[in-house]
Ligand binder design. Structure first.
Ligand code: HEM
Length: 478
């Protein structure tokens, strides 16, 4: 039988290609090259379909959503850590959590809660650390500081706990924070190993698996204690609190275990994603003075319109900053924090480009490759060009199936708005006060990528910080 164009047999990558190329290349960039070069933008890599074709992405994430769950392999990997929290659940279990969580994320009060927390964290902790670095002249790892900042923020929003990672862990939660980071690291490393290996180590309680078990006991004990304590508070107090744990308790009769799992899922989903994105933004800006200048002009303009001479911009002012929104989006496009997203096929299917998918095969959408596809973004797709997001100065959102950086369809990221608020607030606050110079920066040279679920800058982001003179609106200066 003649195969239709784009049939999985046409763009098949064999085992010998895999072995030859993986020795030399990073999996993410190698598969991106293959996807971009494929006529249908879809490849079949040892019965794993990888696609950068927007029509296929829409089919997988929305049109035929029920046929493409996360699947047991994915869920099993993270189950010890996340249980069946929203990020690691399928079917009814996922639906129930999604419903309540969407309600809460769309609740207006959460935005103010996010910004108030950010205000304390950024003004009280983050900026002073940068001032110290500016005074001493020593270089600092900005990616690491941003990791700490994002961890603190997401813990506050998820369960109103101050993890205090930016100021050194406090005695009470320090053990939890350390255990969480270690457990996340070991759990994620499972993705790199053959399944039987980590399962065997787990069964025999050996090495990292043993460590994981110990650290998870600490994480679970701490989270359960917080859940129980919160449930024990007065009803009015719970109802008046904006963190997600309190909101879930106020909304329904959920078990301690369920609440613990969802909270841990939120912390995992919100920490490295946002910090990685911010690190790439500062890296991208460091070689683009003209983009920095435009952001500074935009900050000056919103401040002069509102007369705000305060430490932080307000939510409305951040919202007005459409150029900064475009800069953040352009960085996310080229450096998507979650560059590939995996699903599993439940029943044999044919994708819109003709690719056949068999039951049990993995299917991955490749945001990193899509950003580098001329058919989606035009000839300048590899350039950093924030203007592509703007029309007459207004930000124009793109079709999410062409830009699935926050996923798309029923499982779209719930923290997108929170992430944008955070990224814009941090970038604006830093840029107003400091010049950030990336150390060992080699002009436009790309940084090496470290890819393990999120796409991080390999080796961190060493920077030197210099103080910049601020220009606040005159009338409110004192
Ligand atoms: C720049 C920052 C972020 C990016 C790029 C991002 C991206 C994503 C992506 C790609 C997914 C889908 C993952 C998958 O199912 O394979 C996702 C899901 C999710 N994200 Fe985000 N995320 C970001 C920040 C956040 C934040 C700050 C939170 C909130 C605390 C958050 C909460 C979630 C949750 C709860 C899900 C699961 C949704 C579901 O399965 O129904 N994310 N995110």
């Amino acid at each position: 039988k003649k195969l239709p164009d784009g049939d999985s047999d046409t763009n098949k990558i064999g085992l010998s290609d895999v072995v030859k190329n993986l020795q030399r290349k990073n999996f993410l960039t190698w598969t991106a090259e293959l996807v971009v070069a494929s006529p249908t933008k879809t490849i079949n890599l040892l019965s794993c379909i990888i696609t950068g074709n927007p029509k296929n992405v829409e089919h997988i994430l929305k049109t035929n959503f029920e046929n493409y769950p996360k699947g047991n392999d994915f869920v099993n990997l993270l189950e010890d850590f996340l249980g069946h929290g929203i990020f690691n659940a399928d079917g009814d279990h996922w639906k129930l959590q999604r419903k309540t969580a969407s309600l809460e994320f769309n609740n207006k009060t959460i935005r103010n809660f996010i910004l108030d927390n950010l205000d304390r964290e950024v003004v009280g902790r983050f900026l002073p650390l940068l001032s110290k670095a500016a005074a001493s002249g020593e270089s600092i790892d900005l990616q690491d500081l941003l990791d700490r900042l994002a961890f603190d923020n997401v813990c506050k929003v998820a369960f109103d706990v101050d993890a205090a990672r930016l100021v050194g862990d406090t005695a009470e939660v320090g053990r939890f924070v350390w255990a969480f980071e270690t457990a996340a690291g070991i759990s994620i490393k499972r993705f790199q190993q053959p399944r039987f290996l980590w399962k065997l180590r787990r069964a025999l309680n050996l090495g990292e698996e043993r460590r994981l078990k110990e650290e998870l006991a600490v994480v679970n004990e701490f989270a359960t204690k917080v859940v129980k304590e919160r449930k024990g508070r007065k009803r009015e107090e719970i109802e008046g609190s904006d963190d997600l744990l309190s909101r879930f308790i106020a909304e329904g009769d959920f078990s301690d275990e369920f609440l613990r799992d969802i909270v841990i899922s939120f912390v995992l989903a919100g920490r490295d994603t946002t910090s990685t994105a911010m690190a790439w933004i500062f890296w991208a800006l460091s070689t683009r003075p003209e983009v920095q200048q435009k952001i500074l002009e935009e900050i000056a303009s919103v401040r002069s319109r509102s007369g705000n001479a305060g430490e932080m911009l307000t939510l409305d002012e951040l919202r007005e900053m459409e150029y900064l929104h475009a800069v953040v989006s352009e960085t996310l496009r080229l450096y998507p924090p979650v560059p590939m997203q995996q699903r599993v096929c439940m029943r044999d299917d044919v994708l819109p480009d003709g690719t056949r998918v068999k039951r049990g095969w993995s299917v991955m959408s490749h945001s990193y490759a899509m950003a580098r596809t001329e058919g989606i973004w035009g000839e300048d797709c590899k350039e950093f060009n924030p203007e592509r997001w703007l029309q007459n100065g207004s930000f124009q959102p793109k079709n999410p199936y062409r830009f699935p950086v926050f996923h798309a369809g029923p499982r779209t990221c719930l923290g997108k708005e929170m992430a944008y608020i955070q990224m814009k607030a941090v970038v604006a606050s830093v840029m107003e006060r400091f010049e950030i110079a990336v150390v060992d920066e080699d002009g436009e040279r790309e940084r090496e990528i470290e890819y393990l679920i999120t796409m991080r800058i390999k080796g961190g982001l060493p920077v030197q910080v210099r103080t910049r003179e601020r220009h606040l609106p005159e009338e409110r200066k004192d």
